[in-house]
Design a protein around this ligand. Structure first.
Ligand SMILES: Cc1cc2nc3c(=O)[nH]c(=O)nc-3n(C[C@H](O)[C@H](O)[C@H](O)COP(=O)(O)OP(=O)(O)OC[C@H]3O[C@@H](n4cnc5c(N)ncnc54)[C@H](O)[C@@H]3O)c2cc1C
Length: 487
């Protein structure tokens, strides 16, 4: 077996390291930050705890799959709670839709919200089910170096039709819902890959289906518990994990990689290098390659985010674990993103984890994580923008301003610095445009023995997808090893 170096300890990197180690490789993981986990990070202050990256867990079986390989289980490692209700949605006109964790009750909630919308939801949901059932065994099941890879995994022409790649998510939603508020609701799922409702494919309709069918989950103690479980599993199987070690260079000749060199000049030899860093960082800095870099830049970056973590005194009536306050104009903020403009009337998402988990805030207090989408690379004045977000929240009926004890913020520049994520893109690459899935970097790199795992490569960003990319990379390494192409 070979010696593998994983560069970056994000969720994709940790999962890939575990998989490769279990497959018999010697694995060294090098993470530049003091803590592994990458964007899955936690902020603690004055007895409050905030998940400052992902706050929603879907498809937890993908964590289970990796932990099982390491001889443990999700159940043994974390206490997962299936949230009910899943989300509370609030519109500027004061209308509210609460989505429960039950399909029949969800259809009824849609009907109560707008007469007849229950049927629309059922149609939207069953289209999402078809998309998921096909894409799970095709798009997500293996590498995507070119469309032929995907075509090979399709069993019949109707599979391609089922994943609805040509219509936008917004158009698909408009074909199911007459009420523009519900088209706005459905379009929100484009933001799960940092994309826009009118530019992301209808394929993303599988996400609300996934939430409805498999649930929205929260690990008690916060999402850091999932990171800790992966780290324990990695150490248990014998991954050599080093934090505070920045990789400065991937060593390679024109043909193959031979290891990495750290910023302090240490060389780690390897015949497999798995880059969990953003593909742009890889080909711009670690293994300068103008051709590969040009290809990577064909993929549009995902949006970034502006994060406000607020320690709040007292309790807020009607607050849910996950709440979304929609903007008045459903498309204005997304149209602005194309021009690099930050909206002053953004959709606001809040995760108030203390609703479910008292450990997240001192008694009688709440921990608020607020996220608004902003264009990647946007320059943001943090105090002013935090104030804007809290003001908009107050205008939309939830005024926490006077109860805020402190605020911590993260701008796109902070995200870029913390995770070496170009532009502070929170999901890596977006799903905007019909070609997005095909121009996103594949999992095989530009040299023999080089592989890419994580949000900037196939199949994209978000915890479930980066866990899938780890599986795809481990399969590729095994296939290449059998074919004598690595190790
Ligand atoms: C604010 C926010 C909210 C989000 N919300 C959700 C959500 O609710 N649900 C969801 O599923 N997903 C969400 N995501 C997305 C999700 O967090 C990411 O898609 C996922 O965590 C990315 O994992 P990754 O494997 O790509 O690695 P990353 O998290 O990108 O980690 C890469 C690692 O590589 C390290 N690194 C970079 N360069 C070097 C180098 N030269 N040497 C050594 N190490 C290096 C970095 O320090 C980092 O730790 C959110 C992300 C953010 C930021």
């Amino acid at each position: 077996m070979s010696r593998a170096v994983v560069v970056g300890g994000g969720v994709g990197g940790l999962a890939a390291a575990i998989r490769l180690r279990v497959a018999g490789h010697d694995v060294v993981l090098l993470e530049r930050n003091a803590e592994p986990g990458g964007k899955l990070a936690v902020l603690e202050r004055d007895g409050f705890s905030f998940d400052i990256g992902p706050s929603l867990v879907t498809l937890p079986h993908l964590f289970e799959e990796v932990l099982r390989l390491a001889g443990t289980s999700l159940h043994d490692e974390v206490e997962l709670v299936r949230l009910d209700p899943q989300f509370r949605y609030v519109w500027p006109d004061g209308s509210v839709l609460v989505v429960p964790d039950d399909p029949t009750a969800t259809a009824a909630a849609f009907d109560a919200f707008a007469p007849g919308a229950g049927d629309g939801w059922r149609r939207f949901e069953s289209a999402g089910r078809r998309i998921w059932d096909v894409s799970e065994r095709t798009f997500f099941a293996g590498p995507m170096s070119n469309p032929v890879d995907l075509a090979r995994r399709m069993q019949r022409p109707s599979d391609l039709v089922a994943i609805d790649p040509l219509r936008s998510l917004r158009r698909a939603a408009a074909s199911c819902f007459d009420d523009p508020r519900l088209v706005q609701w459905a379009g929100r799922y484009a933001t799960y890959s940092g994309s826009a409702p009118d530019r992301a494919p209808a394929t993303l309709a599988c996400i609300p289906h996934i939430e409805s069918r498999f649930g929205c989950w929260y690990p008690m103690g916060g999402l850091g518990r999932l990171r800790d479980a992966l780290v324990r599993a990695a150490e248990h199987v014998g991954v050599e994990l080093h934090t505070g070690v920045e990789v400065a260079r991937v060593d390679a000749d024109d043909r193959a990689v031979s290891g990495v060199v750290t910023a302090s000049g240490d060389r780690v030899g390897a015949d497999v290098v798995v880059a969990n860093v953003d593909a742009e960082h890889l080909y711009a800095d670690l293994l300068p390659d103008s051709r590969a870099l040009r290809r990577v830049r064909r993929a549009e970056r995902s949006t970034s985010g502006f994060v406000v973590c607020a320690g709040v005194e007292g309790t807020t009536p009607d607050v849910a674990h996950h709440t979304v306050w929609f903007a008045a104009d459903p498309m204005a903020e997304f149209d602005g993103f194309r021009r690099g403009e930050v909206s002053d009337d953004p959709t606001i998402y809040a995760c108030v984890s203390s609703v479910t988990d008292p450990s997240q805030a001192p008694a009688g207090h709440e921990s608020w994580f607020l996220l608004v989408n902003v264009p990647q690379g946007a320059a943001i004045e943090r105090e002013a923008h935090a104030e804007l977000v809290l003001d908009r929240l107050a205008e939309r009926g939830t005024d926490i301003g006077s109860r805020v004890r402190f605020v911590e913020t993260l701008t796109p520049a902070d995200l870029a610095r913390r995770y070496r994520a170009p532009g502070g893109a929170i999901y890596g690459t977006s799903s905007n445009g019909r070609r997005a899935a095909f121009v996103r970097p594949g999992n095989r790199g530009a040299r023999q023995g080089l592989y890419l795992v994580g949000g900037s490569s196939h199949p994209g960003g978000g915890l479930p997808l980066v866990l899938m990319s780890a599986r795809i990379v481990a399969d590729l390494v095994a296939a290449d090893h059998r074919a004598g192409r690595s190790g």
